[in-house]
Design a protein around this ligand. Structure first.
Ligand SMILES: [Zn+2]
Length: 306
């Protein structure tokens, strides 16, 4: 299996001059990628600018960050053609890797805008190298800039940052330094939410378990679903003694907790998300927590009651 490490640059509406088009808030103007083999050795590179069709004024932010002028894009191909080339270049057996969780979503949103056939009919498993870096080298939670990771790992800075190809190149260098056990921490892009039970995602990580449910018509349906709202020990695979009823801090996240005699306290969290086709689905996590974390959760609940 190859690793396709890619990065995008995109443009957006510049206030007052061009209105935002809801279907494509971020228009991709550059795709840069490197392909690594299973030993993380560089196999190939991909580097293309894209001629925009939607936003013809360069947003200040884009211009300052990536130093691309509109005129430079004049003679490039449009997105669908470059995207086809990119997918051909990716090959058959690969996993996408990006710095942070956004690129894969925006890539699919741009494809959808041009009515290209979707990459997939379900969530895409990928590597968020920004997350892997945090798990492997820092506190698991903080998300850093790419250049910070490059500095920490003493990777040679031989090309400038903030262009699609160079950021893909450095992301690949960081990826190649991630230890194998950390590579168990896959991410899932949910631009396409599961449509049926068999497309649902259930995965057990070292410290928690994640469940991405199929789509439902309403939030109420999710909250009434027994499987989603059960609190189980994912090691024993049994329901546990409930220590706290479900509560919501803001109507988006729901929390509950239980206790397994063998494995201790378990926190359950359900996050309800709108899917691209205006339905809803849930991302549920079950996580073992300490007694202190249990206290903190109780504190959160009493705050939400007030
Ligand atoms: Zn247990």
């Amino acid at each position: 299996m190859d690793y396709i490490v890619f990065d995008l640059e995109w443009n957006q509406s510049s206030d007052g001059q061009e209105k935002e088009i809801k279907e494509i808030p971020f228009e991709i103007i550059e795709i840069g990628a490197v392909k690594l083999d299973e030993n993380f050795q560089l196999k190939d590179r991909f580097n293309h600018l894209i001629k925009p069709k939607v936003y013809h004024k360069m947003h200040d932010f884009t211009r300052k960050l990536i130093h691309i002028k509109m005129e430079e894009l004049e003679n490039e191909k449009y997105f669908p053609e470059v995207m086809e080339e990119f997918l051909d270049w990716c090959g058959e057996d690969y996993i996408f890797c990006t710095w942070g969780p956004l690129d894969l979503t925006e890539l699919q949103r741009n494809m959808q805008f041009y009515q290209m056939s979707p990459l997939t009919d379900r969530p895409i498993r990928f590597y968020d190298v920004q997350k892997l870096f945090s798990i492997g080298f820092e506190d698991r939670k903080t998300r850093r800039a790419l250049e910070h990771a490059v500095d920490v790992l003493r990777i040679e800075k031989d090309i400038p940052f903030h262009r699609a190809f160079s950021d893909a190149y450095y992301t690949a260098k960081v990826l190649s330094r991630i230890e194998p056990p950390v590579l168990k921490n896959y991410s899932f892009d949910v631009f396409v939410a599961p449509k049926s039970k068999k497309e649902e995602v259930k995965i057990i990580f070292d410290h928690y378990m994640k469940y991405i449910t199929r789509e439902f018509d309403s939030k109420e349906e999710i909250l009434a679903n027994r499987e989603i709202m059960s609190v189980k020990c994912y090691i024993c695979k049994k329901n546990v003694k409930r220590k706290m009823r479900w509560f919501s801090a803001n109507g988006k996240y729901y929390y509950s907790a239980g206790h397994c005699d063998k494995h201790g306290y378990i926190k359950a969290k359900v996050r309800i998300r709108k899917s691209e086709n205006q339905k809803v689905f849930a991302i549920k996590t079950l996580k073992f927590i300490s007694e202190e974390e249990m206290m903190a959760l109780k504190e959160k609940r009493s705050k939400s009651k007030r």
